[in-house]
Design a protein around this ligand. Structure first.
Ligand code: HEM
Length: 580
């Protein structure tokens, strides 16, 4: 016969206890299985995400077995990880503004101070918009998992709310939609490692085409602002390979970014502003919200044009995998790719999804390229080590870069990883609680709460990373880093809604950076000037980083056997080698 017991969350008043019917065969099963079943029932009732953290107490007595629970007639308190449940902490804030003035403008620095004060999960409200931030990889994994507890559901509190677009399916749409399922079936094959490999020659031509502009700036002895040029470079590649459009960004030193690029960048700036100010601002019939609507319309027109004019590698329909490796670009892919039932990506989704992939593609890669150049001119020896690795792999200006070649470049890989750890462009992917729930640590979250795994703060969490402020690519060779939590480094997020373009991004960078480093020596124009990130942009990008890129006329020789031996010796002495 089923028994009913009263349970409540430890930390709440016992009067909140609920009658819960327990399965009749609980104590007949073996202890372990009975415990599991009991915790399962309780977790379901109270929305407890990790049932392994549940334990029970009544009248100050720990109830260690199912039989203890069954014989208790008093209300039973549920502990989470041995503790009380609790509200998520956070700064109190001012009326109306909430925590806005404590968060902005330096949201990275201020959020770090809040992690120091409140621990791994805290809550802020900015002008009526409440979000929760975490720097804990274990919580981030839960939040990103797309489960009964969390999903990408872009509600009013979500950072992407002002540019939410259901039709896009990916990035700007909720997970639980037909649009996401369709886009997510068709797009990923075009971004898989094999598919992306066949774009390497176009990526190489793109950066080589930009040389004439950087050469001219060198001849003029001029320093240049890195982000605007990297925006043009990143967008040039994505324009060609995603939309099949040549943005003509390197026809001259002053060639302006294509209007589509400017519109997308502007929409991200406006979005950050609107989302940091809350729902009242988004509802204004004039100003930024009105401008956002004008931008969307104009962008739509461009997209229609690009689909109509897409360069095609052929006319026949192809299955998804074949289309991915034969297509000239992603518009061509999306028009021809056909699933096993003969379905294609619907026209409405096609335009929006490709537009979003374009925006997601160039805004991120241009910021990352800028930070990679920042690293060259800021962190000692990086440029020399990258160049030396190229020389040691027989790289020269005629090398055709392939994925096989870049796979051999270990230092390049570690340099990129360390740059994404310290300066990742994306920082605030949000997921929404689908029900009232309790997280590990006993944190209570109401349904609809938007939790942001704060990528920058996870990547710089001193509990995970040894000396996180130190830029050290060699840490990627250590056992400590190899054995870290799987969500301790997630520059592209993780889970079903993570980045589908990461192969594309990494390959592009592994083509661009060697080409640039081999041809130019980069130097900071003013070593004393502080470079700041732009706090009012949807991504982390550097403002006012000016560099001189001087064409190289000499290169170092290959590392000799003796130098290799000496280097290995030093690594033994420093204790970096895995034998020690
Ligand atoms: C450094 C480069 C990049 C970084 C750091 C990055 C990062 C991310 C992150 C963190 C997400 C999750 C967003 C969220 O949860 O709200 C994401 C999603 C996405 N990214 Fe990237 N990304 C990069 C490059 C690219 C490129 C090159 C493309 C395409 C050309 C791309 C296309 C996408 C798309 C379509 C999604 C949405 C996937 C979905 O909604 O299911 N990304 N990216």
């Amino acid at each position: 016969m089923a028994t009913t017991k009263q349970f409540y969350l430890f930390g709440e008043d016992p009067s909140t206890c609920r009658d819960i019917e327990l399965p009749s065969d609980l104590d007949q099963a073996d202890q372990q299985a009975g415990q599991e079943d009991l915790k399962h029932v309780i977790a379901q009732h109270f929305g407890i995400v990790e049932r392994s953290g549940i334990s029970f107490t009544s009248n100050n007595q720990h109830l260690s077995s199912v039989s203890d629970v069954l014989v208790t007639s008093e209300p039973i308190a549920i502990l989470i990880d041995g503790n009380k449940v609790r509200e998520v902490p956070g700064p109190k804030g001012l009326p109306y503004f909430g925590n806005y003035l404590e968060v902005y403008p330096d949201h990275l620095g201020n959020h770090q101070r809040m992690f120091n004060t409140y621990g791994p999960l805290f809550k802020t409200t900015n002008m009526g918009r409440t979000v929760y931030q975490t720097n804990d990889p274990a919580l981030a994994s839960i939040v990103f998992a797309e489960s009964e507890f969390f999903s990408k559901l872009i509600n009013q509190d979500h950072p992407l709310f002002p540019i939410k677009n259901k039709q896009a399916g990916v990035f700007l749409g909720d997970t639980d939609t037909e649009e996401w399922r369709v886009a997510h079936k068709f797009l990923p094959p075009a971004f898989g490692p094999k598919a992306v490999r066949h774009y390497a020659p176009t990526m190489q031509l793109t950066v080589e085409d930009a040389f004439k502009v950087f050469d001219e700036l060198d001849q003029r002895n001029e320093a240049w602002n890195v982000y605007p040029y990297m925006l043009k470079l990143g967008a040039q590649a994505v324009g060609k390979l995603v939309l099949g459009i040549d943005f003509r960004h390197f026809t001259s030193v002053d060639a302006p970014p294509h209007e589509l690029v400017l519109l997308i960048a502007e929409s991200l700036t406006i979005n950050k502003k609107i989302s940091s100010r809350g729902a009242w601002y988004a509802a204004l019939p004039f100003g930024d919200p009105a401008r956002l609507r004008v931008i969307s319309k104009r962008v739509e027109e461009y997209l229609e044009e690009s689909v109509a004019n897409a360069k095609s590698g052929g006319v026949e329909d192809l299955d998804l995998q074949e289309a991915a490796i034969k297509a000239e670009n992603m518009v061509d892919y999306a028009v021809r790719a056909t699933d096993s039932k003969g379905n294609k990506l619907p026209k409405t989704s096609l335009k929006e999804a490709l537009l979003v992939a374009t925006g997601a593609g160039f805004t991120t890669t241009s910021s990352l390229l800028s930070w990679l150049i920042y690293g060259l001119v800021t962190y000692p020896k990086m440029q020399d080590r990258l160049l030396q690795e190229l020389i040691d792999h027989d790289f020269d200006e005629n090398t055709q870069i392939t994925a096989e070649f870049t796979n051999e470049l270990t230092f390049l890989d570690h340099y990129i990883k360390e740059t994404q750890r310290r300066h990742n462009p994306s920082f605030q992917p949000g997921r929404t609680a689908l029900r009232d729930l309790i997280l590990p640590g006993g944190y209570k979250l109401p349904e609809g709460s938007v939790v942001i795994p704060a990528l920058h703060h996870i990547h710089n969490n001193p509990a995970i990373w040894d000396n996180p402020a130190l830029f050290n690519p060699d840490r990627w060779d250590t056992d400590a880093v190899k054995g870290r939590h799987k969500a301790a480094y997630i520059p592209f997020a993780t889970g079903p809604r993570s980045c589908i373009g990461f192969n594309f991004a990494l390959q592009e960078i592994k083509v661009f950076l060697p080409k640039l480093v081999y041809r130019y020596k980069f130097e900071r124009e003013d070593v004393h000037q502080t470079v700041e990130y732009d706090p009012m942009f949807q991504l982390i990008r550097p403002n006012d980083l000016y560099v001189r890129a001087t064409r190289r006329t000499e290169w170092p020789g290959k590392t000799t056997k003796q130098q290799v031996t000496e280097k290995e010796g030093c690594r033994y002495v420093r204790g970096e080698h895995s034998f020690l």
